[in-house]
Ligand binder design. Structure first.
Ligand code: NDP
Length: 285
């Protein structure tokens, strides 16, 4: 188990980003400049922050980023046409469309329009299907980042009871697939799960992604369990907090991720790793 029980996502992310920077440099020496195209539509302030973080993170590891900032009134057709152009551009290796999109645009249609070989977010149904069959094209960003944090905790996934609370397409479901592939025994719980406390208490590894501030307290946690908190919420004072009541759980668990500084820094790190991988694989086309 990790020293002092807190799994330091920032430190793990920093380590992986150093590796990515080294590899990016090596790929550039081979004449390929890894490049991520980021599309943002409209003026959502949270989306603006996410896109800036992604661009800054790309710069930090030497990956080129291109930003396409489109106005709120952009039509679905205009966005799909831009994606067609980027799909066909060999100098672009990853394409990311920041969600949510304005209501005149179907998010599903947009996700399905990105060619799977550039789907570094791993949202395309083809990518999801490949993950399901155990041969992922890219790693789903948040769940793969969580796998790195579980490895950091020192717990053996094979043979462990893993409980994932939340079944979204972005976190819960792909998380379950990765744990299964690593030979965990996996339960996926959700808002209709009866006896949630008892289900969670079975877990050697408990992953919570529900979007409810401090919902999971010590009553849900087995003594010594590894607890991964994916939630990003604001508490009653407007302070960033997770889905887990850290103060309640800390004394009982074996290891825990803090919010902020746990899962958060990992998501973009895996996005960078996927972009680098896409660039490397473009060489074999
Ligand atoms: P969604 O809202 O898409 O899904 C939430 C899931 O939680 C649903 O499956 C829902 O069940 C379940 N749920 C809700 N309430 C309960 C409850 N009381 N008991 C049990 N299950 C419940 O959320 P996301 O998966 O997109 O995100 C979850 C959290 O993770 C959010 O706080 C989000 O901000 C954060 N997040 C953080 C990321 C990071 O990089 N750190 C990345 C992505 C998300 P049902 O299906 O039955 O409705």
């Amino acid at each position: 188990m990790v020293e002092n029980k807190i799994i330091d996502g920032k430190a793990v992310a920093k380590r992986i980003r150093l590796e990515i920077a080294r590899e990016t440099e090596a790929v550039k020496q081979m004449g390929i400049e890894p490049c991520l195209a980021v599309i943002i539509v409209g003026n959502n302030p949270a989306s603006r922050v996410y896109v800036n973080n992604k661009k800054n993170s790309c710069a930090e590891v030497g990956i080129k980023s291109l930003e396409y900032a489109l106005p709120e009134e952009t039509t679905e057709e205009e966005l799909l046409t831009l994606i067609d152009t980027l799909n066909a551009d060999d100098s672009v290796h990853g394409i990311l469309v920041q969600l949510p999109l304005p209501k005149q645009i179907s998010e599903q249609k947009v996700i399905e329009h990105i060619v799977p070989s550039k789907d570094v977010d791993c949202f395309h149904p083809y990518s999801a299907g490949k993950l399901f069959t155990g041969a992922p094209v890219f790693e789903p960003c948040t769940p793969s980042g969580i796998m790195e944090l579980i490895y950091e905790s020192g717990i053996e996934i094979a043979g462990s009871e893993c409980v994932v609370v939340g079944r979204s397409n972005i976190v819960g479901k792909p998380m379950a697939m990765l744990l299964l592939a690593a030979n965990g025994t996996v339960t996926v719980a959700h808002s209709k799960t009866p006896e949630l406390k008892a289900v969670c208490k079975r877990a050697d590894i408990l992953i919570v992604a529900i979007g409810k501030a401090k919902f999971i307290n010590a009553d849900y946690v087995k003594e010594g369990a590894v607890v991964i908190d994916v939630g990003m919420n604001r508490d009653e004072n407007g302070k960033l907090c997770g889905d887990v009541d850290f103060d309640s759980v800390y004394g009982k668990c074996g290891a825990i991720t803090p919010v902020p500084g746990g899962v958060g820094p990992m998501t973009i790190t895996i996005l960078l790793r996927n972009t680098l991988r896409a660039a490397k694989e473009s060489k074999n086309k």
